[in-house]
Design a binder for this molecule. Structure first.
Ligand SMILES: Cc1cc2nc3c(=O)[nH]c(=O)nc-3n(C[C@H](O)[C@H](O)[C@H](O)COP(=O)(O)OP(=O)(O)OC[C@H]3O[C@@H](n4cnc5c(N)ncnc54)[C@H](O)[C@@H]3O)c2cc1C
Length: 256
């Protein structure tokens, strides 16, 4: 290794902090947001995540990553967790945790999948399921940009009832500041549904997305198959690889 090269291992240098649950918000039947008091929290950038560590009475510990949903300037750190069937950690966070409960977290982590309101130009966000969480932090941050560029969120959910942050996304899109939100549903849609009715694919991205010449910053987050499909399609359509940032949730992922 050259002498100038340094090994970056940020998580190891970050201290574990005790987070106290201040509020629990039901987002869907399988997803809850946790508003946390984290004494000493150093602040974060939209798109970063934390490690959460749970410790059982017998000392057994389990650790998972969760994106930060709140905007950098928010008073409290918000996480949004989807219950994964048979999961070790997510059922506790998404179903059982109560205001006043405490657990450990460390962060913020990640310097690649980040966006700030200071960045100009078009913003193209593609989300599947709970992959919308870090993208929501970006959209919450975008509100404070004095002259935000155009933004598009293409968001894939299983059904209408599985759309996370639905009302807030409607409100953000109604501000008239250049944000468009397009939903697509992969497992059935209600009568009169005007959004997409299939998984995100090349044709959908080509029809909805910004032209290559606009050079949008692209952030894709969700289950691995969605992320890989969308990233490959956008690259194939001509978007430069260094404009496409991806984050995968879960080892195998799954629908949507
Ligand atoms: C950087 C990063 C940020 C993340 N942010 C969030 C977030 O904001 N909200 C959120 O809900 N999750 C997020 N995740 C996923 C999270 O870290 C856990 O993987 C998830 O909560 C499942 O943990 P578990 O202990 O319940 O399941 P485990 O006990 O780890 O796994 C149980 C079973 O479910 C499968 N599985 C694990 N994760 C998933 C998944 N995501 N989808 C489908 N199947 C899965 C496993 O293969 C296994 O078969 C993020 C992951 C990463 C890497």
């Amino acid at each position: 290794m050259p002498a100038t090269e340094t090994v970056v291992d940020a998580p190891r240098r970050l201290p574990w902090r005790t987070a106290e649950v201040r509020e629990v918000i039901a987002e869907t039947s399988r997803v809850r947001s946790l508003v946390l008091d984290v004494p000493g929290w150093p602040g974060h950038r939209a798109g970063q995540h934390v490690d959460v560590r749970l410790t059982a009475d017998d000392g057994y510990q389990a650790q998972r990553s969760y994106s930060i949903a709140s905007a950098p300037e928010a008073a409290h750190v918000m996480l949004t967790v989807e219950q994964i069937e048979e999961g070790e950690v997510s059922p506790y966070l998404a179903m059982d945790v109560l205001p006043g409960d405490k657990f450990e977290l460390r962060g913020p982590i990640g310097g690649y999948f980040v966006w700030t309101a200071k960045l100009d130009g078009p913003l193209f966000l593609v989300a599947g399921g709970s992959g919308v969480v870090p993208l929501m932090a970006m959209l919450r941050d975008r509100v404070r940009a004095p002259n935000p560029g155009p933004a598009l969120l293409l968001y894939s959910s299983r059904t209408g009832d599985d759309i996370i942050y639905r009302d807030e996304l409607d409100r953000l899109a109604a501000r008239g500041d250049g944000l468009t939100v397009v939903h697509t549903l992969t497992r059935g849609h209600p009568p009169g549904w005007t959004g997409g009715t299939r998984r995100v694919d090349r044709e959908m991205l080509a029809a909805l997305g910004f032209p290559v010449a606009a050079s949008p910053r692209i952030y894709i987050c969700g289950p691995t198959p969605l992320v890989e499909t969308a990233a490959a399609a956008l690259h194939d359509l001509g978007h430069a690889a260094d404009r496409i940032k991806t984050e995968r949730f879960g080892p195998t992922g799954g629908p949507p």
